[in-house]
Design a protein around this ligand. Structure first.
Ligand code: SR1
Ligand code: MG
Length: 416
């Protein structure tokens, strides 16, 4: 019964779902449908009616970025639906409200986020978001903590792992594109300009780098710590100056918390490095670039505070050790253990951030922060900076004990 929907067919479909028709108001002929597909894999439409609007997202049987030559299973929308519900329970309005799920057509309908922009667009245009760091920290801490064994009984945690274990096609994309393809000659790889040919070749010959990437791939494959977003970059976040919403959960699965941490860190750094390419004498970007790094620091600091508070208040899961530490000395040991947990998460996140930075330069999926830099040489300079820091983060994450170690290194890379 599956068929991909088109602009012309959507009003007829939505008219058959009473609560969506009521939300839109008026008659189907009055509804305006716009295709707004922006991500790499699915198709997305906004539908506007006289009384309201909705957003329709549907799986295609292939990767949209590439086309029918790269077939992809349709099930990803079910995992996105499940993840939206689960993360919505913990992070509330940081994720969009689900209005409808159609298992036959492999589609979901969610609230339309208006007047939100994709964060990557906003940051590439130099817009500041004063609440971004706190909102991202809150979303990430809640979505990870409440789906982990720190909060859940063993049975519930294992049921969660089982519910998402079949999102294998999407995990396979990441396994290949993040941890493997950038380190070999591969037909999907591409980069901006011949100026990067030498760096790409160095990456393929770099034994410590390839060992670090392959170890991280095993960590990604073998860890079921929490329900991840699974593709948490600035293109999966929609914002206004007041609001922050996390979208595009089609890669959701139980994996290492550090994968989400590292992905977000990488894309904030990538935007920082792109600012040099957008800077002009009339509109310099130094101050904006500093804001980006301040946001990184504020985000991680707020994440730690929130995660520790959640652990203190809701740490009743099978993996929480607090019942063993009831004496005053025990409480001190427990606090140290919690800080060590976050330190390990940070350093693993640093390594994942390194892998993400590298694959966004040499792999198939690039980002508009860098692609919008019109001058190819300036762009290649920014990209080489991503590679320089990315390699160091991936090979020597232990050098970056704190978030300020990373932001200082990013500044040093730019200063040369
Ligand atoms: C086929 S392109 C897939 C990439 O786009 C998504 O945003 C993910 O990052 C994935 O690696
Ligand atoms: Mg996406």
């Amino acid at each position: 019964g599956y068929e991909p929907l088109h602009v012309g067919g959507l009003p007829g479909y939505l008219a058959g779902v009473a609560h969506l028709a009521a939300r839109l108001g008026g008659r189907p002929e009055d509804w305006r449908v716009q295709e707004v597909s922006d991500g790499n894999v699915n198709q997305v439409f906004r539908v506007h009616g006289p009384d309201g609007d909705v957003c329709v997202k549907q799986s295609l049987p292939y990767v949209r970025l590439v086309g029918e030559s790269w077939p992809l299973t349709l099930e990803r929308i079910h995992f996105e639906h499940l993840a939206l519900l689960e993360h919505g329970r913990h992070a509330g309005r940081r994720v969009p409200e689900v209005l409808h799920h159609d298992a036959r057509l492999f589609l979901i309908v969610v609230e339309c986020l208006t007047p939100h922009l994709i964060l990557r667009e906003g940051m590439t245009s130099g817009i500041r978001y004063p609440h971004l760091a706190r909102h991202l920290a809150d979303y990430l801490a809640r979505s990870l903590f409440f789906t982990s064994s720190l909060a859940l009984p063993a049975e519930a945690k294992k049921a969660g792992v089982a519910a998402f274990c079949a999102n294998t096609a999407m995990c396979r994309i990441m396994e290949d594109m993040v941890f493997t393809e950038p380190y070999q000659v591969h037909p999907r790889n591409r980069w901006t300009s011949p100026a990067l040919d030498g760096l790409a070749a160095q990456v393929r010959e770099d034994v410590p780098l390839k060992l670090a990437a392959s170890r991280l791939k095993r960590h990604y494959l073998d860890t079921t710590e929490a329900l991840l977003h699974g593709d948490l970059h600035t293109g999966s976040i929609m914002v206004t100056p007041e609001d922050t919403r996390i979208i595009d959960q089609e890669f959701a699965f139980y994996g290492p918390m550090a994968f989400d941490v590292g992905s977000l860190l990488a894309h904030l750094l990538l935007n920082f490095f792109s600012q040099g390419g957008h800077s002009t004498a009339e509109a310099p970007r130094e101050s904006y670039a500093s804001w980006v790094l301040e946001t990184v620091e504020a985000w991680w600091s707020s994440f730690q505070d929130t995660f520790l508070r959640l652990w203190e208040e809701h740490g009743h899961g099978a993996g929480d050790p607090s019942a063993l530490f009831t004496t005053p000395a025990g409480r001190v040991a427990l606090q140290a253990e919690r800080r060590a947990y976050l330190q390990r998460l940070w350093e693993q996140g640093v390594a994942y951030a390194g892998a993400e930075l590298l694959r966004r330069i040499f792999g198939l999926a690039h980002t508009l922060d860098l692609e919008r830099i019109a001058d190819v040489d300036r762009r290649a300079t920014c990209e080489a900076r991503c590679v320089q820091l990315g390699r160091s983060l991936l090979v020597e994450p232990g050098r970056y004990r704190s978030v300020s170690d990373v932001t200082a290194a990013a500044r040093e890379v730019v200063a040369g």
